[in-house]
Design a protein around this ligand. Structure first.
Ligand SMILES: NC(=O)C1=CN([C@@H]2O[C@H](COP(=O)(O)OP(=O)(O)OC[C@H]3O[C@@H](n4cnc5c(N)ncnc54)[C@H](O)[C@@H]3O)[C@@H](O)[C@H]2O)C=CC1
Ligand SMILES: O=C(O)C1=N[C@H](C(=O)O)C[C@H](O)C1
Length: 264
């Protein structure tokens, strides 16, 4: 039986790729494409909006169809709605939206008591593998003589509304946990003085149509290591999210991540 999937934010940059890839995957059945009722393309055929031709699925804010999983690539308010939809439908939730406030994050954690939730700032295989590599590096370098300075550079398209990326923040959290770092700063200006060791700095570049690139720098005295991972289009995220939906459907309630989905 194919996994029945609903998409929240279906007319968005990511939503369109989910529709385009999801409609080709015979192990999935797209049953609902939710959108903000104020969206200019609300009510249109989701396939036409995604550029793959008519699917007979429309951009709606309600459905009577049942679904096994809902995938959210929207905005914080949309994520809030997606959690409510998933709990009401007793469906698995794949939460991909970033820039969430603490209240939204708390709601997702609460939902994981009653439904399976896969929650990740990036559904990309290479990003999640690079996170593992960064944890190994952070553990190895945490007491290196002279110290290791960690800086995280992320580059995204000009339309991205949140900063820094959720992925950059997750990289920083994982590294800080391994190295016992407590200070997280965003950019620098004025005369902040010499850089303290127990600090991770984030730098966000917003240019053009970059689908997402992260460089994690470990700077030592006399040598530097940089790990870079970059997307060439958005399909790495969309295929990861669809895989997550298939993984989560039918799972016991709980909070899962892409390591669980990818077996990393
Ligand atoms: N976890 C991951 O792998 C990835 C996460 N993202 C995140 O996904 C989010 C969306 O990214 P994009 O698709 O580029 O943004 P976008 O702005 O192109 O799409 C967001 C869509 O959500 C819709 N929306 C807003 N409120 C809604 C509601 N209440 N219900 C349903 N839909 C609603 C908007 O109308 C829009 O179509 C961002 O937070 C981004 O950081 C993006 C790429 C990968
Ligand atoms: O907004 C985007 O495009 C992306 N957002 C995610 C994030 O904030 O980490 C994931 C990816 O980098 C693309």
């Amino acid at each position: 039986m194919p996994t029945k999937v609903a998409i929240n934010g279906a007319a968005g940059r990511m939503g369109q790729r989910l529709v385009a890839l999801g409609c080709q995957d015979k192990s999935l059945e797209l049953v609902a494409c939710f959108e903000y009722s104020g969206h200019p393309k609300f009510g249109q055929d989701a396939g036409n909006v995604a550029g793959v031709g008519e699917l007979g699925l429309y951009l709606v804010d309600h459905t009577d169809e049942s679904y096994d999983a809902i995938i959210d690539f929207s905005v914080p308010e949309g994520a809030h709605a997606a959690v409510e939809r998933a709990v009401t439908a007793k469906a698995a939730l794949v939460m991909a939206t970033t820039g969430l406030k603490e209240e939204h994050k708390a709601k997702i954690r609460e939902a994981a008591n009653v439904i399976p939730v896969v929650w990740a700032p990036s559904m990309s295989t290479t990003v999640n593998l690079t996170m593992k590599l960064c944890e190994i590096a952070a553990e190895a370098l945490k007491d290196v003589p002279g110290g290791a300075d960690v800086e995280i550079l992320e580059r995204h398209h000009r339309f991205k509304e949140d900063s820094p990326s959720g992925t950059a923040l997750r990289f920083g959290e994982l590294i800080a946990n391994k190295m016992g770092i407590t200070r997280h700063i965003h950019g620098r200006e004025g005369r902040p003085g010499a850089r303290p060791h127990d600090e991770i700095a984030y730098h966000a570049i917003r240019t053009g149509d970059n689908p997402g690139e992260h460089t994690i720098i470990f700077g030592l005295l006399g040598e530097t290591m940089e790990l870079t991972v970059r997307a060439s289009n958005r399909d790495c995220y969309a295929s990861g999210a669809l895989q997550a939906a298939k993984f989560a459907a039918g799972k016991p309630p709980g909070l899962y991540n892409m390591n669980d989905v990818l077996g990393l």
